[in-house]
Design a protein around this ligand. Structure first.
Ligand code: SF4
Length: 273
C-alpha cells in the first residue's frame, strides 16, 4: 500500500469490495493501514450485477466485513444504474457475460468512487489476476488497455486512480491470509465464470509458472516497463469523454454504452444514459 501511495496523507479511499477473498483482504489491509489516520476516510463499494444464486451471498459477506470493521459501505446495483441485470443479458445475448459485466462494473465502481469524493480506488487484484490480464492484453495487442491497467501512476481526467496493494501477492497466499484472518468472505463461484476467456489465460500462466518459476512477476515487470515507454511516447494517454454518458472513454462511445446500444433487437433496450 505504502509503495503505491507514498505521499497519501489524507482524503477519501474507496475500496472495491465484492465479498470474495481478494477484495476482502484488500479492505482489511486498507483498514489496518489507514485506521490510525483520522485524516483518511475509508468507504467500501460493492457492485451488485444481478446474478441470482451468486451475488446475494457475496453482497452479504461484504456487508458483514464492512460492518465488523465499521467501514462505510455502499452497494450499487447494475439494475438501478444500467436498467438491466447480467442474468437478463446472459439470456438475451450470445456474448460471454464477463465481457459486458466487467465493463459495467468498472464504470460503476469509478462513478461511485467519484461520487464519494474518493482520491483513490483500491482494487483486490492479486499477482495471478494481473499476470493474466497483462498476457491477455499483449495477445490482443491492446496497448491502450495495458497502459490503463492498475496500479495507476498518472492521474487521468474522470478516472479515479486505482491501486492494487496485492499486486505482488500470489492468489494462494491471499486465500491463506483470508482464512487465517477469519475474514467472512464468500467462496461461491459465479455461474458464468466458466464461459470467461480468462480461464484459458489462467491455465497458460499457471503452466508457464510451473515450467519457469517467476513468470507472473516477469509479466508484471514487462508491463511496468511498457507503461514507462508508453507514457514517455504518448504522455498520460488521457481518455476522452463518452458522448452518451460523459465517462472516460477511448472512443466516441465508452464500452459500457456500446454494450447497451448493441442489445439484441428482440429485447427492449434500456436507454443509453
Ligand atoms: S465471472 Fe464474469 S459474469 Fe461473473 S461476476 Fe465476474 S465478470 Fe461478471
Amino acid at each position: 500500500m505504502h509503495r503505491q501511495l507514498p505521499r497519501f496523507r489524507g482524503g477519501t479511499v474507496a475500496v472495491a469490495l465484492s465479498g470474495g477473498k481478494d477484495s476482502s483482504v484488500a479492505l482489511r489491509l486498507a483498514h489496518r493501514y489507514f485506521d490510525r489516520r483520522p485524516t483518511v476516510r475509508l468507504v467500501a463499494v460493492t457492485v451488485d450485477e444481478g446474478i441470482a444464486g451468486y451475488r446475494p451471498g457475496t453482497v452479504e459477506a461484504a456487508r458483514t466485513l464492512a460492518g465488523s470493521l465499521q467501514v462505510e459501505h455502499r452497494v450499487v446495483r447494475v439494475q438501478d444504474a444500467v436498467g438491466t441485470t447480467i442474468d437478463r443479458e446472459a439470456t438475451d445475448r450470445d456474448a460471454p457475460p464477463c465481457s459486458y459485466c466487467g465493463v459495467w462494473r468498472r464504470q460503476l465502481l469509478n462513478r461511485a468512487a467519484r461520487e464519494e469524493g474518493a482520491d483513490v480506488l483500491v482494487l483486490g487484484f492479486n499477482l495471478d489476476d494481473l499476470a493474466q490480464t497483462v498476457l491477455m492484453n499483449l495477445v490482443r495487442g491492446d496497448l491502450d488497455r495495458l497502459a490503463r491497467m492498475a496500479p495507476h501512476r498518472v492521474r487521468q481526467p474522470g478516472l479515479i486512480p486505482r491501486v492494487a496493494p496485492l499486486a505482488d501477492v500470489p492468489e494462494r497466499e491471499v486465500y491463506l491470509y483470508a482464512r487465517l484472518a477469519g475474514l467472512p468472505f464468500d467462496h461461491a463461484e459465479c455461474p458464468y465464470a466458466g464461459r470467461a476467456l480468462r480461464n484459458r489465460f489462467r491455465e497458460v500462466v499457471w503452466d508457464l509458472e510451473e515450467a519457469q518459476p517467476g513468470t507472473r512477476q516477469s509479466l508484471l515487470t514487462t508491463h511496468a516497463r511498457l507503461v514507462d515507454l508508453l507514457l514517455r511516447e504518448e504522455g498520460s494517454g488521457a481518455p476522452a469523454r463518452c458522448r452518451a454518458c460523459g465517462e472516460p472513454s477511448s472512443g466516441e462511445l465508452c464500452r459500457a454504452c456500446e454494450f447497451l446500444a448493441s442489445r439484441p433487437a428482440s429485447t427492449e433496450a434500456p436507454e443509453v444514459p
